[in-house]
Design a protein around this ligand. Structure first.
Ligand code: FAD
Length: 154
């Protein structure tokens, strides 16, 4: 099994798209991530998986906090900006939820404090204890097989 085959297989798992955001010394850093899931209801925990190559890793280690912003179907441009795929972009404004920066227009904004970090292979799993949530009634952005999609009516 080679890397390409593994990536292709994992890409067959349809997901939403999030931007993980944190702030260090007054500077906000965002990163697109779809390796996100809910972990526990009591206590309320989520997990994000961050590559050892991502600048975000050191930022979350420093701040100890992050937000997960579940993108809406109209926010594909933000996904591309925070994946480093769109270099000449407009300034992105962040709002605040509790102590973390969040993106306006997201389907859900989830504020977290890091409760544990597990290094697994070339990624770190950050377990976040959820401290605040804001939800909107928007359609989500979908990612499947390397392409952005929208939900179809059933
Ligand atoms: P950079 O690559 O330096 O930053 C990312 C981009 O965000 C840069 O273009 C930067 O200009 C911009 N940016 C950052 N902060 C701001 C700001 N405040 N205002 C405006 N622009 C800003 N990687 C993972 O590790 N885990 C995942 O789960 C994951 N899922 C992904 C899902 C999808 C659909 C895609 C497309 C990519 C995913 N990636 C994931 C890859 C990851 O998004 C990229 O490798 C990303 O570039 C890594 O970000 P970085 O922290 O190294 O920072």
């Amino acid at each position: 099994m080679d890397d390409r085959q593994f990536r292709n297989a994992m890409g067959k798992f349809a997901t939403g798209v999030t931007v993980v955001a944190t702030e260090v010394e007054g500077s906000v850093h965002g990163m697109t991530a779809n390796a996100f899931m809910s972990v526990s209801l009591s206590p309320k925990l989520v997990v994000v998986s961050i590559s050892e190559r991502a600048q975000m890793l050191e930022k979350i280690n420093q701040s100890g906090k992050f937000s997960v912003n579940i993108l809406s179907s109209s926010q594909q441009d933000l996904s591309m900006i925070f994946a480093g795929q769109q270099k000449n972009h407009h300034e992105v404004k962040f709002e605040r939820l509790g102590e973390v920066p969040v993106l306006d227009g997201a389907v859900a904004q989830i504020a977290c404090e890091v409760s544990a970090a597990h290094i697994e292979g070339d990624h770190t799993l950050f377990i976040g204890r959820v401290t605040d949530i804001h939800i909107e009634d928007f359609e989500p952005l979908i990612y499947f097989s390397g392409k952005y999609r929208k939900l179809a009516e059933g």
